[in-house]
Design a protein around this ligand. Structure first.
Ligand code: GLN
Length: 483
């Protein structure tokens, strides 16, 4: 049963081949047995899962249907879940039980999805390796000595290891697409404003977006359908109708114009990945797509701009964790300043503290113009590059990451080396565009992802291209040995 996709589960439940309760019990047992190798879960929510599964079975018995009704999923542990620990991968929130459900959690629950647990993540979603979690690193099921990517590494490792069919993630600079690439999954970062951020603990508010991680584009369409939509509680949510993503999967690719940016193939890209990306282009050409070289001239400035803007917003967002209102409080503070200093010093890990320091510096009087304002101007140039490119092509294609998954610990002493891994993903966040990563082959037994980017609100086009590619390739069907 653990090999079933969301689409297959929906058919199996509709045909009464198994119940949601049976499926939920089987997957919970599998998680208990196999997850100690991976560390992909922070909390298991067995009681909630069984209650939701029984309720879904009852709804089906009453004649209700729906692709998510009775489908087991998990949430990245930064989506608030009422009465359940929502840790954000941090000691700071280790004791925090959210008083309400995030909109994404509530919407998926209403659609009948069953929450098996909360997945491990980089602390406050800062990272590309899932090594900065207070709960320990997550391992990549394709090779337990390697990282699964981050910051949604727990969701990715769990889905890749067939512990469950799909999970939610969030993507501020690549945290859905990059772990999807490194674990052989399909993952979608929606258009900024497509998925509500209400109840999603903020890292960098102008960049954060929730989205699905699954094994196929077909399943991403199902999960995104349940997540997307306008939310009056999120002032950056956009009131734009949500199309039927599953209906968009079957469009023909005849005449689809694919742009491949020349800047993507510079030094720094593993040549074996470059070859797999070219192979995926050839595959799409066979399906009728037309390929064109394009240019994104300001791409080289994306990493410096992102690593000013994201920490700046983080330093502001994380100021609420002061030892007074949420989470961790130090022992025996001697006065208020001591309470702030020690609660934050003891509650936040080193990467979070580094980002807060960088962000506070970039925002400080005298440096604001030189760093933050400059970075915002670069952001506009990057957006303009994309707008010009999308006048000529329908989608942009390239690698998701410059390298396959690295060994645990390999980049720990050099944070900037890890930041450089985000080179292909962060531009979509800076511009607010939707992106998707899908499996494109293997290097040394480790998965490689190809990234597709589309104009605003064209998630359906991304899912369409990925689904057609997956009908003609089998990379996404490969299972890691031992799982
Ligand atoms: N690796 C990037 C960072 O550390 C992106 C993380 C994310 O998308 N949450 O900021």
């Amino acid at each position: 049963m653990h090999q079933l996709t969301l689409a297959e589960i929906a058919r199996g439940l509709a045909d009464k081949k198994f119940s949601s309760e049976e499926l939920t019990k089987a997957l919970l047992a599998r998680i208990t047995q196999l997850d100690p190798q991976l560390n992909s879960f922070i909390s298991l929510t067995e009681d909630l899962a069984l209650t939701q599964a029984k309720a879904a079975d009852a709804r089906r018995a009453n004649g209700e249907s729906g692709a998510l009704l009775g489908a087991p999923i998990a949430h990245k542990d930064l989506f608030c879940t009422q009465g359940i620990r929502t840790s954000c991968g941090s000691k700071m929130l280790d004791n925090f039980k959210a008083p309400y459900d995030a909109t994404v959690v509530a919407k998926l629950a209403a659609a009948g999805a069953v929450t098996l647990g909360k997945t491990n993540m980089d602390e406050f979603a800062m990272g590309s390796a899932n090594e900065s979690s207070y709960y320990g690193a997550v391992k990549n099921p394709w090779n337990l000595e390697h990282v699964p990517g981050g910051s949604s590494g727990g969701s990715a490792a769990a889905v890749a290891a067939r512990l469950l069919p799909a999970a939610t993630g969030t993507d501020t600079g690549g945290s859905i697409r990059q772990p999807a690439a490194l674990t052989n999954l399909t993952g979608v970062k929606p258009t900024y404003g497509r998925v509500s951020r209400w109840g999603m603990i903020a890292y960098a508010s102008s960049l954060d977006q929730g989205g699905p991680l699954a094994r196929t584009a077909e399943d991403c369409a199902i999960l995104l359908q349940g997540m997307a939509g306008f939310d009056p509680n999120d002032s950056t949510s956009i009131d734009e109708p949500v199309p039927d993503y599953s209906a968009s999967l079957n469009g023909s690719l005849q005449g689809l114009r694919i742009g491949v940016p020349k800047e993507y193939f510079s030094a720094g890209l593993d040549p074996r990945i470059a070859e797999l990306i070219h192979n995926s282009v050839k595959e799409l050409e066979k399906l009728g797509a037309v390929v064109k070289e394009i240019s994104l001239p300001n791409m080289q400035h994306a990493i410096p701009a992102y690593y000013v803007i994201a920490p700046a917003e983080a330093s502001s967002n994380l100021s609420r964790f002061d030892g007074v209102r949420f989470g961790y409080r130090c022992e025996n503070p001697v006065n208020l300043i001591d309470l702030y200093k020690r609660s934050r010093g003891e509650g936040f890990g080193p990467e979070v503290q580094r980002r807060i320091m960088v962000g506070a510096y970039a925002l400080s009087a005298g440096y604001y113009d030189a760093y933050y304002l400059k970075a915002q101007k670069i952001r506009r140039l990057i957006k303009n590059d994309f707008m010009a490119a999308f006048n000529e092509v329908d989608i942009i294609l390239g690698p998701t990451t410059p390298n396959p998954a690295w060994k645990l610990g390999a980049k720990n002493s050099d944070p900037v080396a890890a930041y450089l891994e985000d080179v292909y993903t962060i531009t979509a966040n800076l511009a607010g565009l939707p992106g998707l990563s899908m499996p494109a082959g293997f290097v040394d037994g480790l998965p490689v992802g190809v990234q597709l980017l589309a104009p605003y609100f064209q998630e359906g086009r991304l899912l369409n291209v990925a689904h057609q590619y997956q009908l003609n390739t089998d990379w996404h069907t490969r299972t890691p040995t031992g799982f």
